[in-house]
Design a protein around this ligand. Structure first.
Ligand code: FCB
Length: 453
């Protein structure tokens, strides 16, 4: 008998991991034949990122990956979710392969396996080869075929050792932040283009699934979304309707076609001529059966009817009664439980994994070998407890990946936002496990939430 209350324990086979993405950590932007990505172009365009920060060097993980695997071992991670940089594999987006790029991930995967850490590979985490953007980018359906060819090359090489594949990370961000809102690469601002991009991304996912299965026998294949947990701010009909529109825009627009329902009728009516034409054959491709759904969750959305909002009268509301992180995102763990339950209730998701969850806070640099980040530890404790409650309610949640393994390039925010459970000093590239990382290590070792935390 242990003193640990049974209810704080996680299932014995629960997957404990941490996540990163290529452009955010690798650096070595011009090495070994890597081609230019939309994030290189965007971050080097004045005014696009805070302080003009770029991923040129980032955490220099391309050279320090051995040390970083050692860090993962020190944390006791069982799994590591990383992404593969398309422009390292195919510098022009299609055509000639770059062997040095494939070799890098080959070594990384072997290193992880030797360390007893299960690799989870994401095939696209936002770094589209610039050559493909120049040919129309994600709104151009030919980009889906280019993705399929890239996925074929990667999974032929790594498919014997990588058993967990994620096709896309957060296609909502690629499409709407990249092509409508313009805060992310490539920084375009057309709603119609964003809808076209979302359609190509879904097609790319659907084309990739059978290719991965053919090249990586017995592998588990899924996609990672960032579904919004939407709450209407009141029971008033107008607020409820605005919340449902937001759900349609953010969630159902992706989930419905992925699970074979096509695009939601109410949103097609709302979008009118802006909506992409989708043939039955394309919808069948998009609905390729998957094994799991990856869920990235940070904060919920509190939605109200706002007649002054040009975006379908959808308004966001701040909740003064809640804590906010350095991203100005509300801390609301109940949102994660509710979201996981909703996904299981409304869609045949198979297994669920939280593929990202975490928080940015303004960490002070290490003092006497300690990075004190009690707010982040609290965030993890609350959200892991939310996971446990979902599991207790019958949700098939099989694992959890902390975002992020280490501080890194936070897209348009550059290096100003620290999400790591490991602190990175960007001048020396020294790493140090934060207090939250030590807490996470104990949690993994106990397979339970520590009682005193
Ligand atoms: C997610 C991204 C990830 C990271 C976190 C904070 O949307 O997938 O790369 O930037 O947000």
């Amino acid at each position: 008998m242990t003193t640990t209350d049974q209810t704080t324990r996680f299932p014995d086979d629960f997957v404990w991991g941490a996540a990163t993405a290529a452009y955010q950590i690798e650096g070595a932007a011009h090495e070994d034949g890597r081609g230019e990505s939309i994030w290189d172009r965007f971050s080097h365009t004045p005014g696009k990122t805070l302080n003009g920060d770029t991923g040129d060097v980032a955490c220099d993980h391309y050279h320090r990956w051995r040390d970083d695997i050692a860090l993962m071992q020190a944390l006791g991670l069982r799994a590591y979710r990383f992404s593969i940089a398309w422009p390292r594999i195919m510098p022009n987006g299609r055509g000639a392969l770059n062997p040095a790029g494939l070799d890098f991930y080959d070594r990384l995967v072997d290193g992880l396996l030797a360390a007893g850490i299960t690799p989870w590979a994401t095939l696209y985490h936002w770094d589209l080869p610039q050559a493909l953007e120049d040919a129309g980018g994600w709104p151009n359906r030919a980009t889906a075929e280019a993705f399929a060819a890239y996925v074929d090359a990667v999974t032929r090489r790594l498919g014997d050792r990588v058993r967990y594949w994620i096709t896309l990370n957060e296609p909502w961000c690629s499409a709407f932040l990249g092509y409508h809102i313009g805060h992310h690469a490539p920084g375009r601002t057309s709603f119609r283009d964003a809808l076209a991009a979302a359609h190509t991304l879904l097609l790319a996912h659907g084309l990739a699934v059978p290719i991965i299965r053919a090249n990586s026998r017995g592998a588990r294949v899924g996609i990672t979304l960032n579904p919004a947990q939407v709450y209407a701010v009141s029971p008033e009909a107008e607020d409820q309707a605005a919340a449902w529109r937001y759900d349609g825009y953010f969630n159902r627009w992706f989930l419905d076609p992925l699970y074979g329902r096509g695009y939601p009728e109410d949103m097609l009516a709302l979008y009118g001529a802006d909506a992409p034409a989708a043939s039955p054959a394309e919808l069948a491709t998009i609905a390729a059966p998957t094994d799991f759904l990856g869920v990235n969750y940070y904060a919920p959305s509190f939605i109200r009817h706002d007649p002054g909002s040009a975006f379908f009268a959808i308004g966001h509301q701040r909740r003064d009664d809640l804590d906010y992180t350095a991203m100005d995102w509300a801390v609301y763990p109940q949102g994660l439980t509710d979201l996981l339950q909703r996904l299981q209730r409304d869609y045949p998701v198979g297994e669920l994994y939280v593929t990202e969850n975490g928080a940015a806070y303004d960490d002070a640099p290490p003092r006497d070998g300690v990075v004190a980040d009690p707010e982040r530890t609290r965030y993890y404790r609350l959200h892991l407890n939310a996971c446990r409650q979902a599991i207790a309610a019958g949700v098939p949640l099989k694992g959890y990946f902390a975002w992020s393994l280490m501080d890194n390039f936070e897209w348009a925010f550059g290096y100003t936002k620290r999400f790591g459970i490991v602190y990175v000093d960007y001048t020396t590239q020294q790493r140090m496990i934060k207090a939250s990382g030590h807490w996470y290590r104990q949690t993994i070792a106990a397979n339970a939430l520590p009682e005193q935390s």
